[in-house]
Design a protein around this ligand. Structure first.
Ligand code: IPE
Ligand code: IPE
Ligand code: MG
Length: 238
């Protein structure tokens, strides 16, 4: 592996953390054990990214479609949100990390909404990396909610429909103020977006690794970054 000091660290990284279920199944364990291991990976990767100097790390924790899973799995994931909200707060404080949540939090149980609000408010003034957690997040749902908010503002006379630019619309998205991902990583080998950051990833470089999320670590991350460094981004130019 090349020297880290020669590696260009992308300012904004997004990760589709996939493969928890398969990780558990391969060990004859219940799927929720995979999610538990996956949460440990998240904690470690936040710290690694903060130390590497990543500006924004966005992870896909729970999609608008993940409610379709069994009641047992969904309630297991809710328990993990509860438990890790507290741990995350400590990690965030220790690493000067600001936490933001994207997605429609209104569908979560009351205590989880409060935990998320607390994570955001208590880390607001941290000046290091921003950690963005996508929970009950769907790219289409985010765009739908943004379009509704924009329509309301037009109705209220705040602006004209014809004034809408891409920049203005971006400001209505949950990710307002967060730079588009330079690098999008998906673990576990799946070659799809699964409704993640569909507007924001228009020009992101996509790196897929076969590693399952609970096995993901700093070395795998650096390999993904190395692959990113070998890409030539053109943004439609020549
Ligand atoms: C990703 O792992 C975590 C969530 C979607 C919450 P999966 O649970 O999708 O794991 P696989 O894809 O079934 O292996
Ligand atoms: C995407 O993974 C959602 C998260 C990682 C939270 P899924 O496992 O839900 O996606 P599909 O079903 O394989 O497309
Ligand atoms: Mg999956």
């Amino acid at each position: 592996m090349s020297n880290i000091s020669e590696t260009h660290i992308p300012g904004s990284i997004a990760i589709i953390m996939d493969g928890n279920g398969r990780w558990a199944q391969r060990r004859g364990l219940p799927r929720n054990m995979g999610h538990r291991e996956g949460c440990k990976t998240v904690e470690q990767i936040i710290e690694d990214c903060a130390r590497l100097g990543v500006g924004y790390l966005t992870v896909y924790a729970f999609s608008t479609e993940n409610w379709r899973r069994s009641e047992d799995e969904v309630s297991g994931l809710m328990q993990l949100f509860r438990y890790y909200a507290g741990r995350l707060l400590v990690r965030a404080r220790d690493n000067n990390v600001r936490v933001r949540m994207i997605g429609d939090r209104s569908r979560f149980p009351r205590d989880i909404i409060e935990a998320i609000n607390k994570l955001e408010s208590e880390t607001r003034d941290n000046t290091g990396m921003t950690f963005v957690m996508a929970a009950n997040y769907g790219g289409r749902d985010e765009i739908r909610r943004a379009a509704m908010d924009f329509a309301e503002d037009v109705k209220a006379g705040k602006l004209e429909a014809s004034e809408l630019t891409e920049e203005t619309f971006s400001g209505y998205l949950d990710t307002a103020g967060i730079p588009d991902p330079d690098l999008l990583i998906r673990t576990s080998g799946e070659l799809r977006l699964s409704n993640f950051l569909m507007w924001q990833c228009a020009y992101s470089e996509i790196v897929i690794t076969d590693v399952l999320w609970p096995d993901f670590n700093k070395d795998v991350l650096l390999k993904c970054i190395e692959e990113f460094n070998g890409r030539k981004r053109r943004f439609g130019g020549v």
